[in-house]
Structures are given as C-alpha cells and as structure tokens.
Design a protein around this ligand. Structure first.
Ligand code: ATP
Length: 242
C-alpha cells in the first residue's frame, strides 16, 4: 500500500442530501499529523464523519487506506485500520477504564495484547485508573481513555475530533503531543480537528483551514505559523492573499 492513508478529492457531503462541505481536497500520509482547523460550523466534524462512513459522499471521493469509504458500514472502515475519536468521546460511563479499553480491541489474541500494551505505553497515566468507572474520570482522563480505546485497535489512520473540548489549555498542552508520539512511534497517519490553533501547529506537519464548508488555506505548520495574518483572515472569512 502507498503511504497515502487518506485521500479526499473534490468532496461534497452534508445532511439530508444538502452539502455543507463543498469541493474539498485533503490528504494524510503515513507518519503525518495533519490538523483541520477553522471556525465553528466550518464543516470539520462533517468531514471526519464522512471519512468514517457515517455520512454520505455526495460528490467526489474519499479513499481510506486504499479503499473507497463505505457509507453506512463504518465497521468495514474500522476493520481496514481506521479509528475515530469523536467529539463527544463516546465512552461508556458505567464501565471501568479496563472494560472501555476492551471494547476497542481488534484482531487475534496476540494483536489484542500488543494493542493494549502499546496504548498504555503511550498513555501511562491510565494505568492506575484501570478499575475506575469512566464516569468518575476527569475530563482530561476521559479524553485519554477515548484516545487509548482508539489506540488498542492499532489504527493505521486515526481521526481525533476536538481533543481539547472542555479541557483547560494546560491539559491540552500535555495531551496534544501524544498524537505526535503516535504518528512517530507507530507510523500511523493522524488527522486532528482542533480549536487551539497554535497548539495544533506545534504538533502537526501540515494543516488545512476550513471556512463555510470550503478549504480556504493550507500549508505546512511552519508556513502557517509564519503567517498569522493569513490564518486570522481565513478564520474571519476575509480576503486571503499571500
Ligand atoms: P465546530 O467547530 O463548532 O464543531 P465544525 O467545523 O465541526 O464546527 P460541523 O459540525 O461539521 O462544523 O457543521 C457544519 C455545518 O453543518 C454547520 O452549519 C452545522 O449547523 C451543520 N450541521 C451539523 N450537523 C448537522 C445535522 N445533523 N443536520 C443538519 N445540519 C448539520
């Protein structure tokens, strides 16, 4: 398989056949962390849901791990090696940390054991919490658990929607580098949606900025950090001229 893990070409998608994301192109290669930025309502979550097969491709194409994304059967995409940490984290609050992690396991016994160990190596703060119910964890601990549950499946492509939602900036500063470690240590591609633009640019390789359903700016993290004026204009919906 090539290094291109996610390839989105001229994608339009949305709700009830009405596109809210229009004509976007985006890719993620192996070992890359890519940030999807933009103001509220820009279409970032819609894009991730379409990649996972939870929303229909209305036009264009989405290729995940070498295959077209399959709408309505996200388990097929998961079997290929995609893991999605959704905005609401989707944890089972009545189950323990250990039980939540078990729900993410894939493959045979050896693969499951390797996935479990790797996830806890990357997120060791969960070790002492294994028998605690997810509902009793702090926001940051819940986010770590959501990440770990995605990681136990040893994903090749990881989507993380708003890891920082509801968390103090100091916790976000601690959590975001974990996605960098995941990409570096496992070779997975990671696509993160993030509101903390500058923290995201510190850990990602490249970023796309969406506004009103379209990609209005893209570049390497270094390029975008050097041009805060362009970034600001893209968020405010102003004219972008390099
Ligand atoms: P945020 O940063 O606030 O999470 P976002 O960039 O992720 O925003 P989306 O959640 O993708 O934006 O929403 C894009 C557009 O689609 C918005 O105008 C939103 O109101 C609309 N939308 C989202 N969910 C639905 C839905 N279930 N039905 C109809 N429209 C929706």
């Amino acid at each position: 398989m090539s290094d291109r893990l996610l390839d989105i070409q001229s994608l339009s998608s949305g709700y009830a056949n009405v596109p809210v994301v229009r004509d976007i192109n985006l890719h993620v290669d192996a070992g890359e962390v890519v940030a999807l930025l933009g103001p509220n309502g820009a279409g970032k979550t819609t894009t991730l849901l379409t990649v996972s097969g939870l929303l229909k491709v209305l036009d264009g194409s989405v290729n995940v791990l070498g295959e077209p994304t399959s709408f309505g059967t996200p388990h097929k995409t998961a079997r290929l090696g995609l893991a999605h940490v959704p905005e609401d984290r989707s944890l089972f609050f009545g189950l323990t940390v250990r039980e939540n992690l078990r729900l993410g396991l894939r493959g045979n016994r050896a693969q499951q054991s390797a996935g479990y160990d790797r996830a806890l190596e990357l997120l060791p703060a969960l070790q002492p919490l294994m028998d605690r119910r997810a509902g009793l964890l702090s926001g940051g601990e819940q986010q770590m658990l959501a990440m770990a549950r995605a990681l136990v499946s040893q994903p090749k492509l990881l989507l993380v929607d708003e890891m920082s939602l509801g968390l103090a900036p100091i916790i976000v500063e601690r959590l975001l580098p974990i996605v960098r470690d995941i990409a570096n240590e496992t070779g997975a591609g990671v696509l993160i949606v993030e509101q903390h633009v500058h923290l995201a640019l510190d850990v990602c390789d490249r970023a796309y900025v969406m506004s009103h359903g379209e990609i209005v700016l893209e570049g390497s993290a270094a390029e975008l950090k050097d041009r805060p004026d362009l970034l600001e204009a893209s968020y405010l919906g102003g004219e972008i001229s390099a």
